[in-house]
Design a protein around this ligand. Structure first.
Ligand code: BGC
Length: 846
């Protein structure tokens, strides 16, 4: 490829200049197409006839690896059929440091291991369908306020300040597992880390991502997250998106012609440009995309939908002054057919991602005839059910607000680039109407948060059962609605939902009726205003269920499937209970707003455990309709425990090498009679006169080779980190009266008193950390053996001093690592510990 051809691959054509949210330039001479990059993590943004899957947070709540994979795969297939090369997901950052964070719902939960497992399964699923996955947002992109400068009227974006150990043990962890899964692309985030913009931060891109984690794919910028030209190229950025410069559609790319210039004047070595291009083109081959049909005029490949119009015919360069029209929407139905219809999968995920947290007097599951097990004195009369709340119904339809940016109707998605157009949305009311047997049940509904209770008290007094629906939304920071700019302002139910629950629970059946609360939310909601009211018998946290919302809810409400969702975050009793580190920075505190992660490792349950704060419902918690016993925990050490892994392996392969000669500037000029479109980004330069040739004077130190990370050497890091050091086995038995699913959760407890040998510095550990889990289905009385593997990394901490993962036992036989297994982070049933001398099993309440 020529210089301009190479540059074309690295630079987007500019916002809305082609049909996808991101488009690279093609290289026609070698048949390399323009790549279509499209959001997002839960379906295909701006597309028709495609599935609105449950959100990441709902998928995390399933704790079901198989469903995580299948969701990714179905998403990948849909992308493939729409002609998408690169899907902009999964999202694994924000991790969920702040429960009010606007985009936590796009990811899978506030724990690095849960997040990592779900991300890796999703990536394998997407990429097995031939589409490149993007792990985003790298990194410590935890809040929406001030993530960018221009959205917030500030000269600079905020800086997330984080220490090296916290970075490794929490925030990088899911990315490491993503790289290990064969990930094609990483998106660097908008904000700064330790006061350098992420997309220009060499330590984070060249250092941690590419050297230490061995990432072989390409780094793309978030949309306008690139803030420097030469600097970001040298720091390890490989692709700029959407290609514009510092502002949308300004036509002043920081790369494009400037990257060409920089290569010509030597400020960016040809090796670096060749490396960028190799990473992108190799990923394309790796995923087999060279076998796809070519785009027109050669073939009928390429994107078959437009992000910018819903009409069949539309502009092919919507953002430019070009008026050429073509068929841009072919309305290809990618939702799967028959038993492979993706709606069925969406329903299954939403049902398993529904968390039952309270079920007094076995109110649930319901029966189509109403409430089971209640002898009705007034037989002959129908069982009366009242449904309350706007969240039970359709509102003005699921797609009325752009990018789902408002709270109306039933909530099934957060808002922003991670949202999609619903092809349909089954509301809770619709599904309840289909499920109840109206020969026995009389159902009324009030799809408002202000039912006319004052004027018609009978609407509550007459009910046997009340089902109240409430919600809480937020999303990406470019949308503001009802005073919420991305991040939520508090953790309460919105639109007076808490008051609605109080009113209904007190008045239902004149106080003797039973109330079920169903909550749809983008994250944790404080339930204290009503959770203990005597009328509130059941609480269901249904997260963000996607298009099959009502059907999935009814599956759980009526027990057609077990309640098997488990919380992917802690539900605290107040926002303050999450600690200072859990609070959004709502007001800028400097020219570069500073947010320092002083809490270190102590987020979510790690914070609650450390400070002994009782949550309302802990991380990992959720009820089933049956009960389970855990027994026979034993751990086998498969290798002798040594503090350090074997050394980083020698390189087994070399990157390809190319001719590094800088070409003649004349080769980079606009071809004669070239028709330029307005704001479209081209790689060509206008004149060779600006090019100063000759050796470029890099800053002192630039050529000093940096030591390679001792933790690197393979995908995700040194392969020795992923060797299994211990295998835990236990028996799980269904002791209840029906088939059900349980998640065996394994938490590791590191020893006290650990010190860095060289410095004597104390190494503090969380009380316990999740390291492995498995979800199993068991019939009545059935037992199964659960096998959970622990890698060296699972049993290590990140030593800042050694820049390596260290198992804090071994030397001299000091210390033991505790292993506990149970049904949540606080419902631990089995416990034991291991050291160099083996495994000791201690009973808890087996
Ligand atoms: C978001 C990304 C998204 C991109 C393209 C950005 O504002 O942060 O997550 O992929 O837009 O829509």
């Amino acid at each position: 490829m020529s210089l301009v051809e190479k540059v074309n691959i690295t630079t987007g054509t500019g916002w809305s200049q082609n049909l996808c949210v991101g488009n690279t330039g093609p290289v026609n001479s070698v048949g390399f197409p323009s790549l279509c990059l499209q959001d997002g993590p839960l379906g295909i943004r701006f597309a028709d006839h495609s599935t609105a899957f449950p959100a990441g947070i709902t998928t995390g709540a399933t704790w079901n690896r198989d469903l995580m994979y299948r969701r990714g795969h179905a998403h990948g297939l849909e992308g493939r059929l729409k002609g998408i090369n690169v899907l902009l997901g999964p999202c694994m950052g924000p991790l969920g440091r702040m429960p009010a964070g606007g985009r936590n719902w796009e990811g899978f939960g506030s724990d690095p291991v849960l997040q990592a497992v779900a991300a890796a399964e999703t990536i394998k699923g997407i990429q097995d369908a031939g589409v490149m996955a993007t792990a985003k947002h790298w990194i410590v992109n935890e809040q929406e306020h001030f993530r960018q400068s221009f959205e917030w009227g500030l000269p600079n974006a905020m800086s997330s300040n984080v220490d090296d150990r916290t970075l490794h043990e929490l925030y990088v962890w899911p990315f490491a597992e993503s790289v290990r899964a064969g990930l094609a692309s990483v998106m660097c985030s908008y904000q700064m880390v330790n006061n350098s913009y992420t997309c220009g931060n060499s330590k984070l891109l060249n250092g941690i991502l590419k050297d230490e984690l061995g990432f072989q794919g390409f780094v793309q910028s978030d949309w306008l997250a690139q803030r420097s030209g030469v600097g970001s190229a040298l720091a390890g950025l490989d692709m700029t998106m959407p290609g514009d410069g510092l502002r949308w559609m300004d036509g002043k790319s920081l790369w494009g012609p400037h990257l060409t210039e920089a290569a010509l004047n030597g400020s960016i070595p040809m090796e670096r440009l060749n490396d960028m291009v190799t990473r992108i083109v190799a990923a394309w081959y790796q995923l087999g995309q060279d076998t796809w049909a070519a785009p027109p005029p050669e073939g009928d490949g390429g994107p078959n939908f437009s992000s910018f119009t819903n009409d069949e015919t539309g502009p092919i360069h919507p953002g430019s002054d070009d008026k050429t029209m073509a068929v841009v929407n072919k309305f290809v139905d990618v939702q799967g057919q028959g038993k492979d219809f993706h709606g069925r999968l969406a329903q299954q995920i939403a049902a398993e991602g529904t968390v039952l947290v309270k079920n007094e007097d076995d109110l649930l599951p319901l029966t189509p005839q109403g409430r089971s097990g209640v002898a009705r004195s007034d037989k002959g009369k129908k069982f009366r059910v009242g449904v309350f709340g706007e969240d039970a119904g359709p509102g003005r339809g699921p797609n009325v607000c752009p990018d789902r940016g408002c709270n109306q109707g039933t909530l099934a998605s957060g808002w922003g680039s991670g949202a999609v157009d619903f092809p349909y949305l089954v509301t809770p009311l619709q599904a309840l109407e289909a499920k109840f047997d109206f020969n026995s049940v009389y159902m009324t509904h009030f799809l408002t948060n202000n039912p006319p209770i004052e004027t018609s008290p009978s609407i509550l007094a007459d009910q046997d059962l009340c089902i109240v629906f409430i919600n809480s939304i937020g999303g990406e920071g470019f949308i503001a609605s009802d005073g919420i700019r991305g991040d939520r302002n508090d953790l309460y139910a919105q639109n007076d939902g808490d008051k609605l629950v109080q009113t209904v629970a007190k008045g239902c059946g004149r106080g003797s009726g039973e109330t079920i609360v169903v909550l749809h939310a983008i994250g944790p909601v404080v339930l204290e205003r009503w959770a203990d009211l005597p009328g509130v018998k059941a609480i269901i946290l249904a997260n963000l269920p996607g298009e099959e919302s009502g059907n999935a809810l009814v599956d759980v409400l009526f027990g057609d499937v077990d309640a098997s969702g488990r919380l992917p975050y802690t539900v605290g009793k107040s926002l303050a209970d999450y600690g200072p580190g859990g609070q959004i920075l709502y007001y800028p505190n400097g020219v570069v707003p500073q947010q320092t992660f002083s809490e270190g490792l102590y987020i979510d349950y790690r914070h609650f455990d450390k400070h002994n704060i009782p949550p309302r419902y802990e991380f990992g918690f959720g009820l089933s309709y049956t009960s389970f016993a855990f027994s026979n925990l034993s751990v086998t050490l498969t290798k002798p425990i040594t503090p350090l892994p074997s050394p980083r392996p020698a390189d087994t392969s070399q990157p390809p090498s190319y001719d590094p000669t800088v070409p003649d500037p004349a080769s980079a000029l606009f071809p004669p009679h070239f028709r330029k479109l307005k704001n479209y980004i081209y790689p060509y330069i206008a004149s060779p006169t600006a090019i100063k040739r000759g050796p470029y004077r890099y800053p002192a130190g630039y050529t000093v080779p940096q030591p390679r990370s001792p933790a690197g050497g393979g995908l995700g890091g040194n392969p020795a980190l992923y060797e299994t050091l211990a295998v835990a086995t236990l028996t799980l038995t269904n002791t209840g009266a029906r088939t059900g699913k349980q998640v065996a959760q394994l938490y590791v407890e590191f020893p006290a008193g650990v010190k860095e040998p060289e410095t004597g510095e104390a190494i503090d550990f969380p009380v316990r950390v999740l390291r492995a889990f498995e979800k199993l289905e068991l019939g009545v009385g059935e037992s199964k053996e659960v096998r959970l593997e622990l890698s060296r990394k699972d049993l290590s901490y990140w030593s800042v001093r050694k820049q390596n993962w260290v198992v804090p036992v071994g030397e001299g036989g000091r210390g033991r690592i505790g292993v506990s297994v149970g049904a949540s982070s606080r419902d631990l049933r089995l416990w034991g510990e291991m050291g160099v001398d083996g495994w000791i099993h201690r009973l808890l309440d087996e």
